[in-house]
Design a binder for this molecule. Structure first.
Ligand code: OXD
Length: 312
């Protein structure tokens, strides 16, 4: 019985990942693609942007597990074997990192740090009047595990937090929830700092385009740590140029790595980070993946499984 690790993106860390998985699952043989040995032995594939088409080579595969929170890198494989559970990664260290990243940019924008940086360049001593956190509305798109954790940490800092998602939700504590396309404009029109954590699906692609960006109040900020394809990048640039959006922190892009000639690199109101907001932690992610494999071995359901109908 073996686990296959496959990625086109993590090669330099593959040894760390394979050692991490081997340590928590000594009963399994962890192999790294393309050194998979006998293809009949492979029962689990643990992947991040695996080479397209390889997964159909393993006749005894029982499940595909993601090394990251998203699974768009898996389901975009046109030759994916059918009928296998695809397991997302919900890992508390990854969630914590995403919270810290989001918090960093919220505070940067909320407390005018972006402005003081500009003032420093021209040696201007101007004290901006501060806004109390309870008077600042942060809107989070995507209230899954990560979005909810970010929301809760902001509520604890007394921010006014609202959320938007495609489906009805219960018990979001102090986060007022807006649901579906019909409530998107209500949600956006109150949002001064928008945090996107939505996964990329057929329904969320370009969900923030010209019309939706115009619903945001003038002078608002956007933090994107979900997926790049959710915001129409050329509409975003137009909204930044017009001053409708003051600044944006982008960790994810429609095309990654962000091409050298993309204007987002050089726009003065854009902060670019190279998709590092929630890096999976080999130690804790390996334990979560091992727990899910053991559940499958016991005939139980791993958590959470990708749902074809919701697209994530
Ligand atoms: C992920 C990511 O899906 O880092 O975990 O984007």
């Amino acid at each position: 019985m073996s686990i296959l690790l496959a990625s086109t993106d993590f090669w330099e860390d593959m040894e760390v990942w394979s050692n991490g998985l081997q340590e928590v699952m000594p009963e399994m043989d962890v192999r790294v693609y393309p050194d998979e040995g006998d293809v009949n032995d492979v029962e689990y594939a643990v992947v991040w942007k695996h080479p397209r088409g390889i997964l159909k080579k393993y006749p005894n595969l029982k499940a595909i597990l993601s090394l990251g929170a998203g699974v768009d890198h898996i389901i975009s494989d046109p030759e994916l074997p059918e009928g296998l559970p695809i397991v997302r990664l919900v890992d508390k260290k990854l969630t914590h990192e995403m919270c810290l990243h989001a918090l960093h940019w919220v505070l940067h924008f909320h407390s005018d740090q972006y402005l003081y940086r500009i003032q420093q360049q021209s040696r201007e001593w101007i004290q901006q009047s501060s806004v109390q956190s309870e008077d600042r509305t942060i809107g989070i798109m995507g209230l899954g595990n990560i979005g909810k954790a970010i929301g809760d940490s902001l509520v604890n800092l007394d921010f006014n937090v609202i959320g938007w998602g495609a489906r009805p939700k219960h018990s979001l504590g102090n986060i007022e929830y807006y649901c579906g396309h019909e409530q998107l404009s209500d949600f956006l029109s109150q949002t001064e700092i928008l945090i996107n954590v939505l996964p990329l699906t057929e329904n969320t692609k370009n969900i923030l385009s010209k019309i939706e960006l115009a619903f945001l109040p003038k002078g608002s900020f956007i933090i994107n740590i979900g997926r790049g394809g959710i915001i129409n990048e050329s509409d975003l640039l137009t909204a930044l140029d017009s001053g409708h959006i003051t600044a944006t922190a982008l960790d994810v892009f429609a095309q990654e790595p962000l091409p050298e000639n993309n204007s987002l690199w050089v726009h003065p109101s854009v902060y670019v980070t190279p998709h590092i907001a929630g890096q999976s932690n080999p130690g804790s992610a390996a334990r979560t993946i091992a727990d899910n494999i053991r559940l499958i071995e016991k005939g139980e359901s791993p958590y959470p499984i990708y749902s074809h109908s919701s697209g994530y």
